[in-house]
Design a protein around this ligand. Sequence first.
Ligand SMILES: [Zn+2]
Length: 62
Amino acid sequence: MTEEPAPAASRFVLVRCRDCSKEQVVFRRPATTVNCTICGALLATPTGGLGNFRGEVLRALA
Ligand SMILES: [Zn+2]
């Protein structure tokens, strides 16, 4: 376990798939593309920083 100071921004966001409305927790800085676990639609793509989210970002998670 690495100890880190409380991040100013959360590391995860709740994203809703535009195709099937499934809500899924996604890392904010994804290293690979993230697909919906239900229908396989693209939810996020890596950019080297914050992900480029294709789904609807509902809220940030702690
Ligand atoms: Zn889906």
